[in-house]
Design a protein around this ligand. Structure first.
Ligand SMILES: Nc1ncnc2c1ncn2[C@@H]1O[C@H](COP(=O)(O)OP(=O)(O)O)[C@@H](O)[C@H]1O
Ligand SMILES: [Mg+2]
Length: 345
């Protein structure tokens, strides 16, 4: 692994992805936290890493940042082996659980972290001010962290992660303590990051959070990837359509079976599990059978439906009710989702 004596390591692999892992794994005693994770995150992407509580998201982040050592496999971040010091200077990180020194002011926390980033001294106050502004804490810079609500502390943590214009920003459950306004703010901040070309790796169990900002997602469970793809690939895997059809004798539905599973409700015909691109053929078939097509409504699966389906398949067919209902890991009790844990005041 390259050390501090090899500056610029992270630039040494031209065109390297932001993150690359192959069969990355981590055990804690008998617990398999990560069971062979292979993934690539391209530069400039907002990548959502989704999974129920306990599925290995935080473990993966710790391995990527060099905060924990893998038991197997490899990981490269910004073109350097995970944990490389120079590469780490270009990474902003909001940990899932953190606590800043309660006696410091928000500004002091930011200036301290600018110093840890080796930012030039004259730049530090301005960088701190900018970060306070971006995360909605302008005017609170002189308040002590000990007086901050959980949500304000999370905003400050996000400010720390944004210092120094990092090339890669890793956010581990960034909105767990935020109210809807705070979640909206985080969404805008992530979009700004993408606009300036940064890569964002977003750990979350909140599907609407991923659906709102991610270019691509990976769904994991029990330390394994269940699926990965763009949002539209994930949602459009099993397209469905609803059509309002009149004039077709009931006995003529049979040829439609070839298009997918269909059901009817009055004049409405629903066809699910279609192959992509078959809607025009389906409409033509209905017309050739004598039907009059009065409406065609495409029905995209939501990301939530898709993810719950994947998790249901992973546990043997029984659909998970929500993402917080963990797929049972060896001996681990399911952990409830913290969807309602908004505590910001
Ligand atoms: N330091 C640790 N020691 C022992 N087990 C751990 C440790 N960190 C994580 N685990 C276990 O690894 C699994 C994955 O945890 P984690 O990566 O925190 O999941 P997530 O972030 O998706 O909620 C869980 O079963 C968890 O209990
Ligand atoms: Mg976690």
């Amino acid at each position: 692994m390259a050390g501090p004596g090899s500056p610029g390591t992270c630039q040494q692999v031209p065109g390297s992805p932001a993150i690359y892992t192959a069969e990355l794994s981590k055990r804690y005693g008998s617990t398999v936290a990560l069971a062979g994770l292979s993934m690539t995150v391209e530069r400039g992407e907002v990548f959502g890493f989704l999974g129920p509580n306990g599925s290995g998201k935080t473990t993966a982040v710790k391995l990527l940042l060099g905060l924990a050592r893998p038991t197997g496999g490899e990981a490269m971040v910004l073109g350097a082996p995970a944990g490389d010091r120079e590469a780490r200077r270009q990474i902003g990180y909001l940990p899932e659980l953190f606590r800043y020194q309660s006696w410091l002011t928000a500004r002091e926390v930011l200036i301290l972290h600018s110093q840890l980033l080796a930012m030039a001294k004259p730049r530090r106050p301005l960088a701190a001010e900018e970060a306070l502004h971006i995360v909605g804490l302008a005017g609170r810079g002189d308040d002590k962290v000990g007086t901050f609500s959980k949500g304000m502390q999370q905003r400050l943590g996000l400010g720390v992660a944004l210092l120094g214009e990092p090339a890669l920003v890793v956010l581990d459950e960034p909105t767990s303590a935020l109210d809807p306004v705070g979640r909206h703010d985080v969404r805008l901040i992530i979009r700004d990051l993408r606009d300036r070309g940064a890569t964002v790796f977003l750990n979350t169990h909140l599907l609407e959070e991923a659906e709102n900002v991610c270019d691509r997602v990976m769904v994991i469970s029990k330390g394994r990837s269940l699926a990965t793809g763009t949002l539209s690939e994930m949602k459009g895997l099993r397209p469905a359509v609803r059509l309002r059809v009149t004039g077709l004798p009931a006995s003529w539905w049979q040829p439609l079976t070839a298009f997918g599973q269909w059901s009817t409700d009055g004049d409405w015909l629903a066809v699910e599990d279609m192959k992509s691109g078959q809607v025009p053929d389906l409409v033509a078939e209905i017309v050739s059978l004598g039907g009059r097509v009065e409406a065609v409504i495409p029905e995209e699966q939501t990301l939530e439906e898709r993810v719950l389906e994947l998790l249901g398949d992973a546990r043997g067919g029984r659909p998970a009710k929500h993402l917080g209902e963990s797929v049972p890991a060896s001996g681990g009790a399911p952990v409830a989702a913290s969807r309602e844990a908004a505590e910001e005041s």
